[in-house]
Design a protein around this ligand. Structure first.
Ligand code: ADP
Ligand code: MG
Length: 255
């Protein structure tokens, strides 16, 4: 029989961190409560699995760089127009679009909740064990330009494949006048049918010619994005504007 004294080393060797933490206290409990050895082993294993799952989700949350406090808990669906709660929640409850590398496009004027919704959807996907990355379009372009300059663009594109969903927030903020904005096209072409994108935009497709270098590139980018995409159009006024109008009304009511 193995020596009990070697147990901590063996568990370390096997990278069973949670076992290491809990075996001592749990074995005392098992003795006191006369557990079967199998029950003791099952309990330890379960703790290991759930701790690993928890750690994995924490890691996914950190790497996603999602804006904080933009979850469904902070979102008021009553203030949403143009799209329905069911339509949005379907993206979370049925994740076949992620498995098929389909895209989601959130269109609408400024302030109507596109970024908030994209982020809330992403938080919910992480809860389901899906890896997500949030990037503003300008940040993405800058990062890709730097990779291109150091001749590592292809590696950078491949590295991003590990994210099943990438959010490109505010694609319309990229301007073709920016140096080498065609890295954005290369990114979209690379992502096509390999991973999902959630794209938010204040600008309808008809104005995307301000983003890409020429019309051919604009058409090719839109083609790839729209193929297997769900398009959600949010309408109405800016949420904050509505809120401050409400605030003013209630002050007036008080007077
Ligand atoms: P957009 O990306 O469409 O410009 P945002 O998602 O940035 O708009 O929303 C603007 C602000 O209003 C954010 O602080 C966001 O959290 C808030 N907001 C927008 N819509 C809602 C909503 N329906 N419920 C709660 N907060 C909202
Ligand atoms: Mg936004």
């Amino acid at each position: 029989m193995a020596n009990i004294a070697s147990l901590p080393i063996l568990l370390k060797e096997l990278k069973l961190a949670q076992f290491s933490k809990s075996w001592e206290a749990l074995s005392q409990k098992a003795i006191d409560e006369q557990w079967l050895p199998q029950a003791f082993l099952a309990e330890l294993s379960q703790q290991e699995v759930s701790e690993r799952h928890h750690k994995k989700l924490q890691r996914f949350l950190r790497e996603s760089r999602l804006p904080s406090a933009k979850r469904f808990e902070q979102f008021d669906f009553n203030a949403l127009s143009g799209a329905t709660k069911n339509q949005i929640m379907a993206l979370v409850n049925k994740i076949d679009w992620v498995k098929k590398a389909n895209n989601v496009l959130l269109f609408g004027p400024s302030g109507v909740g596109k970024t908030h919704l994209a982020s809330a959807i992403a938080y919910a996907l992480i809860d389901k064990g899906i890896r997500v990355k949030f990037l503003t379009a300008t940040c993405l372009v800058q990062a890709l330009q730097a990779e291109r300059a150091s001749l590592t663009l292809v590696d950078a594109l491949n590295r991003m494949d590990k994210f099943a969903v990438i959010i490109i927030d505010d694609i319309g903020y990229v301007k073709k006048t920016d140096n080498e904005s065609h890295v954005l096209f290369e990114f979209i072409a690379h992502r096509y049918e390999t991973g999902s994108l959630i794209i938010t935009s204040n600008q309808p497709f008809s104005e995307w010619d301000s983003i890409f270098e020429d019309n051919m590139m604009t058409v090719a980018a839109i083609d790839r994005i729209v193929h297997h995409a769900k398009i959600i159009e949010i309408k109405g006024e800016s949420y904050r504007k509505k809120q401050s109008a409400k605030g003013r009304e209630s002050i007036e009511d008080d007077n």
